[in-house]
Design a protein around this ligand. Structure first.
Ligand code: FAD
Length: 382
């Protein structure tokens, strides 16, 4: 580390994991620069994220102001059968927010000049104790630490652990968003103020309310967020991943890309398999999108001065509602570990090693839980 100067971190990836790292490390006294491959602001149309305590803790540590309220609350969890009868009700209060709300709040908390859009990380090398990151544009950046927050297809992970690749779990998540006012009243009355599930033979659906446009949480201005987990063979998945323009997508179908025949089939299947409330959600969704469920777990997170966190390091299945919470815990604990070196006399390297031991364990617990929940919900034998 250059003495008297603040230590410096280069963060690859400007999604939630990257921005959580940037805000928490800045709060811990580090200089940070974020490099995101997408040339535009990231946009998810505000898909749902369960707001876990780890996320709130990290945002508070990073000095990130959230709108008030930062999401929509639900009180009960209910389980429906195929006729909309309540088969189970539990009191489990929680708050749901949107990906976009968290993204915007962190972007607003960071100086514009430190987030660089349209920069694709390709490679790194060491120069003494400094790490040098290279970008496709020809730019290179020197720092004390390189953080790979570049998601499930991480370039940094491919460089460090080429054998670790996502493995298809045998099912996908169809997802949709519906403006609050666009859902028929019979369905809205079942779903409102609740986190609703339908668990059936080999498929499973859930729905909840999240903030709407501009983070709106007022009644009538919110959105219904739904997910329907369905099993497909690898061959069928490859067919579905061909988008409406005939392009074979490698990873997922973002909103607006699903073929109209597949949307029609999804609605027909919803009528055959889902409760009236979930059918109404599928009918009211213009552009359902799809994400294959995959398993991924790295055996290491620290490689000298290069580290992996968030989805780049491990991906818990979405039944845990834990990807963003894990990214938050990774980032927050990293900032705490690196801020304590001044008091304790430890080095960056020893702090990173201690951080890795805890966070690998956390990733293992979350991914194990996701696999066991997912296989149970989907009736998949191991
Ligand atoms: C646009 C977008 C929308 C999302 N919407 C939702 C949602 O609605 N609900 C939900 O639960 N989860 C959503 N996610 C996923 C969620 O953000 C993650 O599962 C979780 O928060 C962990 O985030 P992450 O930052 O580790 O990974 P990711 O969110 O996957 O982010 C990785 C980032 O790294 C960038 N990147 C990749 N390679 C490079 C490279 N070589 N150089 C520079 N940058 C690179 C990617 O463009 C991406 O922005 C979304 C992700 C993205 C990118």
């Amino acid at each position: 580390m250059r003495s008297l100067e603040k230590p410096r971190a280069i963060i690859v990836g400007g999604s939630l994991g990257g921005l959580l790292s940037a805000t928490t490390l800045r709060a811990a006294g580090w200089q940070v620069e974020v490099f995101e491959t997408s040339p535009n602001e990231l946009e998810s149309r505000g898909g749902g994220v369960v707001l876990q305590p780890d996320v709130l803790d990290a945002l508070q540590f990073g000095g990130v102001a959230l709108p008030n309220p930062p999401g929509v609350t639900s009180g009960e969890r209910i389980y429906l059968d195929r006729e909309d009868n309540f088969v189970e009700r539990l009191y489990m209060p929680q708050m749901q927010t949107s990906w976009s709300l968290l993204y915007r709040a962190m972007k607003n908390a960071l100086p514009v000049a430190i987030v660089h859009a349209g920069e694709t990380f390709v490679e790194f090398r060491m120069e003494g104790e400094q790490i040098v990151a290279q970008f496709e544009s020809g730019r290179s950046e020197q720092a004390d630490l390189l953080i790979g927050a570049d998601g499930i297809r991480s370039t940094l992970r491919r460089r460090l652990l080429p054998e670790v690749v996502p493995a298809y779990a045998g099912y996908v998540a169809w997802r949709g968003l519906v403006e609050e006012a666009d859902l028929p009243l019979h369905a809205a009355d079942v779903l409102r103020d609740r986190f609703t599930f339908q668990q059936d033979e080999g498929h499973s659906a859930l729905a909840y309310l999240i903030p709407g446009d501009n983070d709106a949480t007022a009644v009538g201005a919110r959105r219904w967020n739904w997910v329907w987990y369905r099993k497909y063979s690898r061959e069928k998945l490859d067919e579905l991943l061909v988008d409406r323009h005939g392009v074979a997508r490698a990873f997922s179908l973002p909103p607006g890309t699903t073929k109209s025949a597949d949307i029609a089939q999804l609605r027909d299947d919803a009528h055959a398999l889902l409760a009236p409330t979930f059918r109404a959600l599928a009918d009211a969704t213009d552009d359902p999108f799809m994400q294959p469920i995959v398993d991924l777990r790295s055996s290491k997170m620290v490689f000298g001065r290069a580290i992996l966190l968030g989805d780049a390091a491990s991906v818990p299945r979405p039944h845990t509602a834990g990807s963003t919470a894990k990214a938050a815990a990774n980032a927050h604990s990293l900032a705490l570990a690196l801020s304590s070196i001044w008091q304790s006399g430890a080095t960056i390297d020893t702090a990173l090693k201690r951080w890795e031991i805890q966070q690998l364990q956390r990733g293992k617990l979350m991914t194990d839980l996701g696999i066991s929940l997912g296989n149970r919900v989907m009736n998949i034998a191991r």
